[in-house]
Design a protein around this ligand. Structure first.
Ligand SMILES: *[C@@H]1O[C@H](CO)[C@@H](O)[C@H](O)[C@H]1NC(C)=O
Ligand SMILES: *[C@@H]1O[C@H](CO)[C@@H](O)[C@H](O)[C@H]1NC(C)=O
Ligand SMILES: *[C@@H]1O[C@H](CO)[C@@H](O)[C@H](O)[C@H]1NC(C)=O
Ligand SMILES: *[C@@H]1O[C@H](CO)[C@@H](O)[C@H](O)[C@H]1NC(C)=O
Ligand SMILES: CC(=O)N[C@H]1CO[C@H](CO)[C@@H](O)[C@@H]1O
Length: 486
């Protein structure tokens, strides 16, 4: 089958946006639809891509630390925490023509008001408060055949997505404020650093999370938090294909490897079936045409919202009411294939390490520098909070942000499944009584375990220097050169 744009697909999963918070928390995963109840657990693996999926895996909602079970490191004091997250539940990015699915999943009641700030040459504000509303058009004279949106943009964070991040924030409040007395009870500007990609859904996920960490009543009036974003061309929390040209080059080399082509060939029949049903050949609305990731994105948001999977288009009724339809089993296999679509390039290919350097090396450097600065009591050179009070950094990103880190760490198989919505990696810096610093890494509520043969550290308590040395070994010294962009 095809090659060439899996890279593109990973990137596209990264774009989006949205609004407000309903009351019901996603506490019980029983009420959440688990995408793969129908066929998990998978049969024991035969081929490398027959990834074993434990029953607990739920694409729709990642597990999070349980305040009651959380244990501080013995004889040590918490110094600093980095949290890297994937945004919450969102609508799909890969669209199907003549799709009747309506996404009324994004209420706007509590949306942030946006207005232009005062600008230097003009007195006062230069604009009024606005509240963005998304509405879907109707009728044959509109583009309604592309996407029946309801009140969500494609790729937008839904109310469910906001709620799951608020829930994560409130768990972290229980742990870091109430239990450990580590973060201040009320928000203070210097204690928290916030960075996000420039996408609406990642920024809103961060807002929701911080709303759980510091609920109303814990924000001093007139205080606000600075949201740091990098210019698009310098973004390093997701693969930067515009500035790092060799990302695509190396990716297509990886796609020529036999393990990869065997994988694609083995799944070709299902690919063709899906391609036919969704008219992919007729309508180029599907941006991720060379990868299983696109199919996964097309189906999983529906599964998470109990919406029907697509059937065949009927020109007479102008509806998708003909057989065959995509079955739940097809969707599960597509999801499983998408796991391999990132495990291979980011962890298992002989070229995965070089690929990882390009897609996440620069971000690993940011994490490593921050840990070194904080542990040595150094300054952040004015780019961050006052270093002496800085306790918590939130990095709000995408599946790509999380999966690239997991690939770089050489996480074991069960930790390499597609990062579910609101996946969360906590990197805790602890100072032991003897003055030594150690790192504990907690992924979706559990200490991160590594692949056999790659156990470069025990992430229950890894010596800081071993940890940062490992990260640094994946950081390009001359990024432009490794990207072959100069
Ligand atoms: C796809 O559609 C074509 C034309 O309608 C048909 O001949 C072919 O058998 C279909 N393939 C699959 C896998 O359904
Ligand atoms: C990774 O890239 C370096 C040069 O950038 C090269 O020397 C090395 O052989 C590459 N590793 C693999 C496995 O190809
Ligand atoms: C901070 O800035 C100074 C002066 O520009 C530089 O020498 C130093 O390396 C920087 N420190 C870090 C940790 O980046
Ligand atoms: C940082 O905070 C400490 C006290 O917590 C204060 O003494 C120091 O002046 C602050 N530094 C800056 C640059 O604001
Ligand atoms: C483009 C590239 O670096 N390809 C390498 C992938 O890994 C194999 C096995 O180590 C190398 O032989 C290739 O040169």
């Amino acid at each position: 089958m095809k090659s060439g744009s899996i890279a593109v697909s990973l990137f596209l999963l990264a774009a989006g946006l949205s609004s407000a918070s309903p009351a019901n928390a996603p506490q019980s995963s029983a009420s959440q639809s688990t995408p793969s109840q129908s066929s998990w657990p998978s049969p024991p693996p035969g081929k490398p891509w027959e990834v074993f999926v434990p029953k607990e895996y739920n694409y729709c909602l990642a597990a999070a630390p349980e305040p009651k079970k959380y244990k501080p490191v013995q004889d040590a004091e918490l110094s600093f925490v980095q949290l890297i997250v994937r945004h919450g539940d969102r609508t799909n990015l890969n669209l199907i023509p003549h799709d009747d699915t309506v996404w009324d999943a994004c209420s706007h009641d509590l949306d942030t008001n946006v207005y232009t700030e005062p600008t230097k040459p003009f007195p006062g504000k230069t604009g009024v408060k606005v509240q963005q509303r998304i509405f879907a058009p109707h009728g044959p004279k509109s583009f309604a055949f592309v996407y029946k949106g309801g009140n969500c943009e494609s790729g937008q964070l839904t109310d469910k997505g906001k709620e799951m991040h608020r829930d994560l924030g409130s768990r972290l409040r229980n742990i870091y404020v109430d239990e450990l007395n580590f973060l201040p009870k009320d928000f203070t500007v210097n204690s928290i650093y916030l960075r996000s990609t420039s996408t609406w859904r990642t920024k809103q996920s961060a807002q929701s999370l911080l709303g759980g960490l510091y609920p109303e009543g814990h924000w001093p009036s007139h205080s606000y938090i600075q949201l740091h974003t990098l210019p698009d061309l310098e973004e390093n929390m997701k693969p930067n294909r515009k500035s790092c040209l060799y990302v695509n080059g190396l990716r297509s080399e990886i796609e020529k490897e036999k393990t990869w082509t065997d994988f694609l060939a083995s799944q070709d029949a299902l690919w063709k079936k899906l391609y036919n049903i969704t008219d992919l050949g007729v309508y180029p609305l599907f941006p991720d045409t060379d990868s299983w990731i696109g199919w996964m994105d097309m189906f999983e948001p529906r599964v998470c919202h109990n919406k029907p999977l697509p059937c065949t288009y009927n020109p007479e009724t102008n509806k998708r009411d003909l057989q065959p339809c995509v079955t739940r089993e097809d969707a599960d296999i597509a999801l499983r294939n998408s796991f391999y679509s990132y495990i291979y390039p980011k962890r298992d290919s002989p070229n995965a390490t070089n690929y990882t350097r390009l897609v996440t090396g620069s971000f690993l450097n940011d994490l490593s520098v921050e840990l070194k600065e904080i542990s040595s009591g150094g300054s952040n050179n004015g780019t961050k909070c006052n270093a002496s009070q800085h306790r918590f950094s939130l990095y709000s990103g995408h599946d790509d942000t999380v999966s690239s880190l997991l690939g770089a760490f050489k996480a074991d198989d069960k930790n390499m499944l597609w990062p579910p919505y609101r996946s969360n990696i906590l990197v805790e810096l602890w100072k032991k009584k003897n003055g030594k610093h150690i790192i504990r890494v907690i992924y979706n509520g559990k200490v991160l375990t590594l692949q056999p043969g790659h156990q470069w550290c025990n992430l229950e308590g890894c010596d800081l220097e071993t940890f940062t040395n490992y990260l640094d070994s994946l950081v390009p010294q001359d990024l432009a050169k490794e990207c072959r962009s100069m």
